[in-house]
Design a protein around this ligand. Structure first.
Ligand code: CO
Length: 343
């Protein structure tokens, strides 16, 4: 759950946009795209992009800014907390995205990744029409505590819940709430745990009931994008090969990749360098044995990758309310290749 920066688009513009969408109570969503002639500057023709049938998630009105009104779940004192969730706040460990291979560090990292995978699978088993994301969050919270771990998103930069639940047009960082899941939703559940000093982070987009073809295709290409990124990894390879592989996969399709959210180094720190860009880029760094990081591409319907943040300061929706999906694994670079730790 790393964001490059908070996006500060004028909220008023979106208020108008939200109200319009609500007023029409749209379920079938299509957008127009004007194709401009590059020589004359005039609009040649207008395409209609059909994004399928789904409900649009919007901030509730009246707007409540921030997350101070949401009471975090409690964590018993015997569970070791990361520095940002301790009182008084502890010191951030020194970490640059690389661990020592072959010892205790690697063992703990692998154990945390394994538990994160288990939590992701458990969360997926809870996805069901009529269940609220708060019910999922509560169950995930308890499951993580039962395994002697801390739910890393909880209290991270004031995030008030124990996992992120992002539905349909919400790209990432959705905050679990009391709304029930509906037939046809797609929901990404992003889980991160902290155990024995190491974080494990993974996410998947799940289908709720009967999802339309466009939604299923979006989830499928998102999983392909993650796999393409993973296949580009290995010692001596450039980090930018990940973005290129994903770019090559989506470039001639009616999907685009968000450049606002990145993968990240992970270990004793939740988010650290190397920052993993999922779009085409020129970063010079090279993967070395011991590098551990996430790949978590966010793929969006259509050609507009821009997002905006709800008044809660976290929930990131696409600007045009097209759907987005995300999938995330942790990758460890070894002397001979790249290993996915959250499979
Ligand atoms: Co992550």
């Amino acid at each position: 759950m790393h964001r490059i920066a908070r996006i500060t688009l004028p909220l008023t513009r979106h208020n108008v946009w939200s109200r319009n969408l609500k007023a029409q109570s749209l379920r079938h969503v299509s957008f127009t795209r004007a194709n401009r002639n590059s020589d004359t500057g005039f609009v040649d023709n207008i395409d209609y992009e059909d994004f399928g049938s789904y409900r649009i998630i919007l901030p509730e009105e009246p707007f409540v800014f921030g997350t101070a009104h949401i009471k975090p779940r409690s964590v018993p004192p015997h569970i070791k907390r990361p520095y940002y969730a301790s009182t008084p706040t502890g010191n951030k460990p020194e970490f640059r995205g690389k661990i020592q291979l072959g010892g205790e560090e690697e063992h703990r990292l692998r154990e945390s990744a394994k538990l994160a995978r288990k939590v992701r699978e458990y969360a997926g088993s809870l996805v069901k029409v009529g269940r609220t994301t708060n019910e999922i969050d509560e169950a995930v919270h308890e499951f993580i505590l039962e395994h002697g771990a801390y739910p890393s998103p909880l209290l991270y930069q004031d995030f008030p819940r124990s996992c992120c639940t992002s539905i349909n047009n919400v790209l990432v960082h959705g905050i679990p709430d009391d709304h029930p899941l509906e037939d046809g939703d797609i929901i990404n559940i992003d889980v991160t745990i902290f155990k024995d000093g190491y974080h494990g982070d993974t996410s998947q987009t799940f289908l709720v009931g009967n999802v339309d073809e466009q939604g299923k295709k979006l989830v499928s290409i998102t999983n392909q994008a993650l796999n393409a990124g993973i296949a580009a990894c290995g010692p001596g390879k450039h980090f930018r090969d990940i973005g290129k592989a994903i770019h090559d996969l989506v470039k001639d399709t009616n999907y685009c990749v968000s450049s606002q959210f990145t993968g990240h180094g992970i270990g004793p720190v939740f988010h650290s360098q190397p920052w993993i860009l999922h779009h085409k880029n020129d970063e010079p760094e090279i993967m070395e044995p011991g590098h551990c990081f996430t790949i978590e591409p966010c793929i969006i319907q259509g050609t507009n990758p821009r997002g905006w943040i709800f008044p809660d300061g976290w929930t990131a929706s696409t600007e045009n309310c097209a759907r987005g999906a995300q999938a995330e694994h942790m990758v460890l670079i070894t002397p001979t290749g790249a290993e996915v730790l959250t499979l």
